[in-house]
Design a protein around this ligand. Sequence first.
Ligand code: ATP
Length: 378
Amino acid sequence: MAEIELRQVEKRFGDLQAVKPMDLTVYDGEFIVLLGPSGCGKTTTLRMISGLEAVTGGHIFLDGRDVTWLHPSDRDIAFVFQLFALYPHMTARENIAFPLQAQGESQATINKRLDEVVALLRIHRILDERPGKLSGGDRQRVALARALVRRPKAFLMDEPLGALDAEFREAMRAEIKRLHIDQHATTVYVTHDQIEAMAMGDRIVVMSKAEIQQAGTPAEVYYDPANLFVANFIGSPGMNLVTGHYTANGTLRLPGENHYPVPESWQQALRKALGGQGDVVAGFRPEAARFGPDGALSGEVYASDLHGAHTMLHVNFDELDIVHIRADRMTSVVPTGDSVVPTDDYPIGTPVRFDIDPNMVRFFHPDTEAAIDREAGS
Ligand code: ATP
């Protein structure tokens, strides 16, 4: 298998900078997801790695070898597209065998490799069908089998599940993940679906505006976003982001007359980052809120949606600032009184008091939008 390294790789289409100079190493056996909104440069990055798109700057290395100017077919990388074009007149078996036949492999080798991928993807029952007769999921399995059968050094996948309906997407997501665990093939996977990225990636490379915003494990980008873009883009809903004023006495004045006692572990970092005091953006995930009658923060239920195991409360501090709070069934309480009663029912206007788990609050600079480093204060 292979390590892919991008060094200052960039792409311009005339005046448009589709990908700004980018450094990225995809380690041997790693599953990397390129995640970002439409137009941020994910597909262009993938196409440059494959060789389908020429770089306008920088170098691409495959296992230490500079492949920047190699033809796609000489890179030993397999590309799986969203709408993989299978040959309609061939059966699934013939489609899968086709790349090996084109390489002039012997029939014995073809049969052996075919047996392997068929077992791996569990597609025995559809081998004699033509693509037109197959479901979307099965067509994508055949496409994957056709890519796998070549045993390439690395896989590039561009929204391979994008054309499937929700039920097939979930099943295929699990299959691709399992396939990766079994095969340990270096994979770069493009999606704009952050749930897919969180579920599949060893690391997620979050892109926006033609550049990498953060590269990290799913837990890193979720709990420690590098900036406001990542904080908001990752998570459904994204991180709650509320601008407040950090005062000299160490509290944060938030909308709606709320005063948040900033945890001790953040005091030094905030004083340093803000030069004593100043505006700052506080961020916390919906599940970081802790209900309780003595909670330091208060608001009113603006709306609530039941998600089965939990309820998402939309709580307003004031008319403008709404935060999303996850109320877990059986652990949450009727927020008004002192009594603790499990409930799913939060009528509009219910007053809510809560605290933020001190380990789960983050702070961002309002001008640079970058996360404030807690360690920098110590
Ligand atoms: P999507 O999820 O919509 O595919 P993406 O993140 O993959 O988006 P790219 O397809 O890489 O984004 O496109 C990045 C930018 O480059 C976009 O502004 C796009 O319009 C532009 N672009 C892509 N290919 C070309 C091309 N061949 N000629 C001119 N501009 C292009």
